[in-house]
Design a protein around this ligand. Structure first.
Ligand code: G6P
Ligand code: ZN
Length: 544
């Protein structure tokens, strides 16, 4: 076995975004591209020699090749041991769980989350630190700085490791342990939820459910948990076999991309409960019979009902949501008398709050919910949380949501995405809007009076770090909000996200259609930001 040192030159586009480095597969396949980034990770992490890392991915195209390269580079860089999921498969929550359980130095996750896969699809690399969470900005900045000065990388010339067989192998002096992808994760779920109670609900004969893994990473996890452990009938998990191109689909659990599941839950003989997860298993969408639960409402409802679930029955230290997420959870926190933190978009911002025990539950409008059990959002965890609440209360999803609105009022909420628009005008839209902000405060726009208008800035209450320009907020005196941001996870052009929210205390208005209830705000958003002018689009590509 030969240790090779390979000369290389920097790529100028290796700056990690909202969630790691995400590019199309052909970009990652460029000579030295993946290697440069991996070497930059190793170079910028002090004290990594001799340590243990976790490596796994969501099974998308290029996953296996990338893992072999990473293993050989890890061996050449003096890493002590690598834990790899069988077949190279590990969901993002499972990686976080394994890092914490085995107290490893960190982990590398190969995924582009909800972006499509395949030879022309996307691929991604994300580094997680020893708390199990995404690397904070100071770490990703150091990695990026290293990519800009890299001159060589190290790799071992060796045969590939057999990733399909569980067991221990040697690569040079480094140990590689190929482990069952599901077991540690299932054990963690056992410790948080009343699986017996859920089993009774699921096997009781009066309850039907459908789980859609969208041919992505959660297939093996969902089958082990729902069909085997909880006794749901075979076929409960649909699209349960991970495929390299996700069967040509878009592994994003929302009403548009999880259309097969939506058809089932909104069809004739709709079951009681439906859920889907994304490519790497950290997102979730919850559906009842002919009923959609917005992610913002889901966070509020989990918070309000957490005392019903064993892992959270002693109460919550606090909750946190990303800034564009609706304020529904704020109302629950106020009633419970706990703190509610507002962070920028990106799960990494929750890490410090969870570590410092300031927050127990966290969530984002982008179909992410999670807790202090790991340091990533967790799709199947959210599904089990909901099932636990259904099992304890005996109520339907719709009943739980409607009762919640009746107690707290309803936050009508929707996100409008303008995907793959030209980058420059999109940036210009934000710049012009930002310049206009100081003049807007106090003005009346249509029926709305502007209470505040700013570009959101966040000071981390734990380490004092400041993150600026995290999204333009227009807040109105009646509690409505419009937020504008450019996505940090897209790989083609720019994606403009417009988040719309209004508050309705009157129960008689709660059955209104969301888009209709937000109609005036939608028009206002277009007008104030000149969306059509800058994007050339007269309507969004995706509405969630
Ligand atoms: C990923 C991140 C989330 C984020 C979402 C949308 O899933 O983990 O934290 O909310 O992407 O990010 P974006 O920048 O595209 O709005
Ligand atoms: Zn994801």
């Amino acid at each position: 076995m030969n240790l090779r040192t390979v000369s290389t030159t920097p790529f100028n586009d290796q700056k990690p975004g909202t969630s790691g480095l995400r590019k199309s597969v052909p970009v990652f396949q460029k000579l030295h591209y993946l290697e440069n980034f991996i070497q930059s990770i190793f170079d910028s992490l002090e004290g990594i020699a001799g340590q243990t890392l976790v490596v796994g991915g969501d099974g998308r195209y290029y996953n296996r090749e990338a893992i072999q390269i990473i293993l050989k580079m890890a061996a050449a860089n003096g890493i002590g041991k690598v834990l790899v999921g069988q077949g190279g498969i590990l969901s993002t929550p499972a990686v976080s769980c394994i890092i914490r359980k085995y107290q490893t130095f960190g982990g590398i996750i190969l995924s582009a989350s909800h972006n499509p896969g395949g030879p022309e699809g996307d691929f991604g690399v994300k580094y997680n630190i020893s708390n199990g969470g995404p690397a904070p900005e100071k770490v990703t900045e150091a990695i990026f700085a290293r990519t800009q000065e890299i001159t060589e990388y190290k790799i071992l010339e060796a045969a590939d490791i057999n990733l399909d067989r569980v067991g221990s192998f040697k690569l040079g002096t480094m140990e590689v342990e190929v482990m069952d992808s599901v077991v540690p994760y299932l054990e963690l779920m056992e410790s948080l939820f009343d699986l017996e109670k859920i089993r009774q609900l699921v096997t009781g004969g009066n309850f039907g459910m459908c789980i859609d893994s969208l041919h992505a990473v959660t297939g093996p996890y969902a089958r082990a948990i729902f069909e085997q452990r909880l006794g749901a009938k075979e076929g409960t998990v649909q699209n349960g076999i991970p495929l390299e191109d996700f069967g040509g689909g878009h592994p994003d659990p929302n009403l548009v991309y999880a259309e097969e599941l939506v058809k089932v839950l909104f069809g004739e003989d709709a079951p009681d409960f439906g859920a889907a997860s994304d490519g790497d298993g950290d997102r979730n969408m919850i559906l009842g019979r002919r009923f959609f639960v917005t992610p913002s409402d889901s966070l509020a409802i989990l918070t309000a009902n957490a005392h019903l679930v064993p892992g959270y029955q002693d109460g919550l230290a606090g909750v946190a949501r990303s800034m564009p997420t609706s304020e529904a959870v704020d109302r629950v926190a106020a009633k419970l008398g706990i703190d509610c933190y507002e962070t920028p978009t990106g799960w990494k911002f929750f890490g410090n709050l969870l570590d410092a025990n300031k927050a127990t539950l966290c969530g984002e409008e982008s179909f992410g919910t999670g807790s202090n059990h790991i340091r990533e959002k967790d799709g199947l965890w959210a599904v089990l949380f909901w099932l636990n609440i259904l099992a304890v209360t005996g109520k339907s999803v719709e009943q739980i949501v409607r009762e919640h609105w009746a107690t707290y009022g309803r936050n009508f909420y929707s996100r409008h995405d303008y995907e793959e628009v030209a980058s420059e005008p999109a940036q210009q839209l934000i710049t012009e809007l930002e310049a206009k902000l100081p003049t807007l405060v106090g003005q009346t726009l249509g029926n709305y009076e502007v209470k505040y208008a700013d570009n959101f800035s966040y000071t981390d209450p734990v380490d004092g770090s400041v993150s600026q320009k995290q999204g333009i907020r227009l807040g109105f005196t009646d509690g409505s909000r419009i937020v504008f941001r450019l996505s940090g996870t897209g790989t083609k052009g720019a994606t403009l996200r417009v988040y719309l929210e209004s508050y309705e205390p009157d129960v008689s208005q709660h059955q209104r259609d969301t888009q209709e209830a937000l109609g005036d705000l939608i028009l206002l958003a277009n007008e104030v930001a000149k969306i059509q002018e800058f994007t050339g689009r007269d309507k969004p590509t995706v509405i969630t």
